[in-house]
Design a protein around this ligand. Structure first.
Ligand code: HSE
Length: 467
């Protein structure tokens, strides 16, 4: 049947109302109406298993909506226990090595879900060279090696889809790539890490310490046993680098993002922020300025009334400002088996539809050369911003005068001072909010202040963002 004719047949074919996966798919395949696209699934961990379940359980729904039947032709995982419960459908699904899946000429799409950098990169590059499309959620890999990966995809005329690399189930990649493609993006603010958002929310709600909140997050399965990447802010930096590439065409990698974690935030900072009308969030910020694009991940005081303050627990959100669309907030689940599988399945189906309806000839609808190189990173030292400063000082006369004279020396103007406790001769916290100051000056001032004999602990510095 000619291409146009079977498309029409598909549109007019009376589809059954009730889900009947095998019946529908087989029946339409037999009539030559339903197109089948094969995938190879590499990695059957939490997310991989979620993708397997999504494709097998919702395959009929996908087929009815798109006219394409996505078939898992092979799976692979080094841990044989991961194969438990996988239905091999009488041999229709094969257990193979990654290499065998990549070399299988019946497979159109390789789904890489092993995580990590080195092996994943090898697998993806080798799949691209074999002209297989790739779907991945691997932000650590993409944020460090996107040039090689997108370059190989371009050379070989295949897709690399990576929606789940940022914001789990939130369609932010597709939104930046498609919906806002005509916009000049001005700012992206993201709560891109569920673990840290859960910890900070817990601290704010219960008054518990960072360590206690982390323990609860681990008990609930939200934080990993080794939460290093999350609490250091690096996971958010990986994601921000990907958004900066898409939103600003920046030739950047995760190392170009200024990154601070949340381990120094205390329950008293959460209380102080609330008393002053703010919340504290780990924000990933990409902001265009005349001096370049600021790329930074750090704990941030934001007005309690801002929409992002209402993003609590393990949820993620991305707030985007553009010259045409104005402001937009995308919100949803940033992690987890099913939400991540939802994005990955969407990526698979997008490619599968292309393969089914347009074939494999030069099927690259997006410019994979995202980086225009027009915009550079603005140096962090040049940032002008307001700060929340919590000093730990001995409660005695002259202390405030000493601190404020150093701030004045560096041209840092004080907006408010508060000392809630009175313990003569002992350590008390003093909180100062200041008007906008230069980051480079603030660093020098704090380094000097922390050397004063009556300053007993490292000063906590939290930037304040105005929207
Ligand atoms: N560990 C991440 C988080 C999810 O806590 O949001 C995967 O990126």
């Amino acid at each position: 049947m000619a291409h146009g004719a079977w498309c029409m047949a598909l549109l007019t074919y009376p589809l059954p109302r009730a889900p009947c996966p095998m019946h529908l798919t087989k029946c339409l395949s037999a009539k030559g109406i339903m197109k089948k696209v094969n995938i190879g699934l590499i990695g059957l961990g939490t997310v991989g298993r979620g993708v397997y379940d999504a494709i097998t359980c919702n395959g009929d729904l996908i087929a009815r909506r798109t006219g394409v039947s996505v078939a898992i032709r092979g799976v692979c995982d080094e841990d044989k226990k991961a194969l438990k419960g996988i239905d091999l459908q009488g041999g229709a699904v094969k257990v193979c090595t990654a290499d065998e899946l990549i070399k299988d000429r019946h497979i159109d799409i390789i789904v890489e879900l092993i995580g990590g950098v080195d092996s994943a990169k090898e697998i993806i590059l080798s799949a691209l060279r074999k002209k297989k499309h790739v779907v991945t959620a691997n932000k650590a890999l993409l944020s460090g090696h996107w040039k090689e990966i997108f370059g190989a995809a371009s050379e070989n005329g295949v897709f690399v889809n990576f929606e789940a690399s940022v914001g789990g189930a939130i369609p932010v990649i597709r939104t930046l790539r498609e919906s806002f493609v005509a916009d000049r993006i001005d700012t992206i603010y993201g709560i891109l890490n569920g673990t840290t958002n859960f910890i900070l929310s817990m601290m704010a709600m219960t008054g518990c310490s960072f360590d206690e909140a982390l323990k609860i997050a681990q008990e609930k399965g939200i934080a990993e046993a080794d939460p290093g990447l999350d609490i250091s802010g690096k996971d958010s930096a990986h994601k921000l680098a990907i958004l900066a590439l898409l939103g600003f065409g920046m030739d950047v990698f995760c190392n170009d993002v200024y990154t601070e974690g949340i381990t120094h935030i205390g329950p008293q900072d959460m209380r102080n922020a609330a008393r002053l009308g703010y919340s504290i969030k780990l924000l990933a910020i990409a902001k265009d300025t005349p001096d370049g694009v600021q790329l930074r991940v750090h704990p941030t005081l934001i007005m309690a009334s801002h929409l992002l303050s209402g993003v609590r627990g393990a949820d993620n959100a991305i707030f985007v400002k553009g010259d045409l669309m104005g402001e937009s907030l995308l919100f949803g689940k940033g992690a987890g088996r099913k939400p991540t599988a939802s994005s990955i399945a969407g990526d698979i189906v997008e490619i599968a539809r292309h393969v089914a309806f347009f074939g494999n000839n030069n099927p690259v609808p997006y410019n994979l050369n995202y980086a225009s190189g027009e915009k550079s990173v603005s140096p962090m030292e040049e940032l002008f911003i307001s700060y929340y400063l919590r000093f730990s000082v001995i409660d005695k006369p002259g202390v405030l005068a000493g601190i404020s004279s150093i701030l004045a020396k560096y041209n840092i103007s004080i907006a408010s001072v508060s000392q809630e406790e009175r313990k003569a001769g002992e350590t008390v916290p003093v909180v100062i909010l200041n008007h906008s100051a230069k980051e480079g000056d603030m660093r020098k001032a704090i380094a000097e202040i922390d050397e004063l004999e009556y300053v007993t602990d490292k000063t906590v510095v939290i930037r304040m963002e105005e929207f």
